[in-house]
Design a protein around this ligand. Structure first.
Ligand code: GN1
Ligand code: MG
Length: 366
């Protein structure tokens, strides 16, 4: 997928929000791999404009509707002082519509822009990691009494590892781009992890379902420019019923490596255990006794699972011809896959250490 939007289309969409390309500036925002996101600024205000990727979200209206329901719930929690972060508002068109469908049949929405905040690509200190863990825990805690059945599953089986392995098998069989020979070793490595895959399968049958965010990468948190504290959890696109270990695992995946997810200096990749420890503490403590013992134990599996699953997903997309994730160059998905599977390897190798750290912060559940 490429990120090209022509000015005519952009202008057509902007008019639905009372703007035009003449009276505002439009600049790309963030580093998302799926949707196309822009900051629209004019003298009066700023807002976020987003084209939802229809190839990924088959029914974009569900994405918008889910976010609306979640935000309403969070706002009422916020009013009752049970949620201290800020909900994120979607903005209707001047005709009161939740979205715009352009002439190319692409779906757009606008989102309230929170000023005076910043996002982080790399966690700098354990203190910051603790805040990250705590913020995402608050988000899920606040949704503990939200009816999971009112949400539509925007991507079915999103974090189902066996299904992701089947997707990998299918693209290997097709080898549509003739790329298999360039990554056979990596493919073999994925299938050699069958005992880990079985362990995950067995665990997921016993874990309770919660409404989880499912994309808790570090840059989906906004920090206040003044206090430097977390201000809002953003990107609710995959907020669906899931397991806590997925959210924890995605934080580990994006906070604990010393390299970004597409970094290529793999011989020098390390796990930052001080960050891991602080994340665990922040996440577990903020849940308190609302996290069951089994969920506490599952976090270490989640920490290995998310890098592994992302490795499999990037590899699948590479073999399939880069149809899912935005890529910047030909081997981008392959580089990401190698990076994520190496991170899994390092975390898996040190899983006893991860268990010891988690045990330090475990909370007795009555
Ligand atoms: C995608 O586009 P973004 O950054 O919100 C992906 C996540 C991955 C992430 C990897 C719907 O998220 O699952 O973890 O890229 N979102 C979807 O950077 O597939
Ligand atoms: Mg996302």
């Amino acid at each position: 997928m490429t990120k090209v939007v022509d000015n005519e289309t952009l202008n057509q969409v902007l008019t639905h929000y009372g703007c035009s390309i003449e009276n505002c500036t439009v600049s790309p925002l963030g580093n998302g791999l799926i949707n196309d996101t822009y900051l629209v600024s004019n003298e009066q205000a700023n807002f976020v404009l987003q084209r939802i990727n229809k190839n990924v979200f088959k029914n974009p209206k569900d994405v918008i509707n889910n976010a609306e329901l979640i935000n309403k719930h969070l706002l009422s929690k916020n009013h009752n002082k049970l949620y201290s972060l800020s909900p994120i508002w979607q903005i209707p068109t001047i005709d009161g519509q939740p979205l715009v469908i352009d002439t190319n049949n692409q779906y757009w929405r606008a989102i309230h822009y929170i000023p005076n905040c910043f996002s982080v690509e790399e966690v700098e200190t354990p203190e910051q990691a603790k805040q990250v863990g705590s913020a995402f825990a608050q988000f899920t805690s606040a949704l503990s009494d939200f009816s999971a059945t009112s949400l539509t599953e925007t991507i079915p089986d999103f974090h189902n590892l066996s299904k992701r392995m089947n997707d990998l098998r299918a693209v290997i069989k097709a080898d549509a781009q003739g790329r298999l020979s360039s990554c056979q070793q990596l493919v073999d490595y994925c299938f050699s992890a069958q005992s880990f895959i079985d362990e995950v399968d067995e665990l997921t049958q016993r874990l309770p379902i919660q409404v989880t965010h499912n994309d808790t990468k570090i840059n989906n948190l906004l920090f206040c420019a003044q206090s430097k504290l977390p201000l809002a959890v953003i990107d609710l696109d995959t907020c669906m019923p899931g397991y806590l270990m997925h959210d924890f695992g995605d934080m580990v995946r994006t906070c604990c490596s010393n390299l970004p997810e597409d970094g290529t200096d793999l011989p020098n990749m390390t796990v930052r255990f001080d960050i891991y420890s602080a994340l665990s503490q922040g996440y577990i403590e903020a849940f308190g006794d609302r996290m069951s013992e089994l969920e506490q134990q599952s976090l270490v599996i989640g920490a290995q699972l998310l890098p592994f699953m992302l490795g499999v997903r990037f590899l699948t997309d590479y073999l399939d011809g880069d149809n899912y994730f935005h890529v910047k160059h030909e081997n981008h998905n392959l580089e990401r896959a190698k990076n994520q599977l190496n991170l899994y390897r390092l975390l898996h190798k040190d899983r006893n250490k991860l268990n010891e750290i988690a045990a330090e912060f475990s909370v007795a559940v009555i």
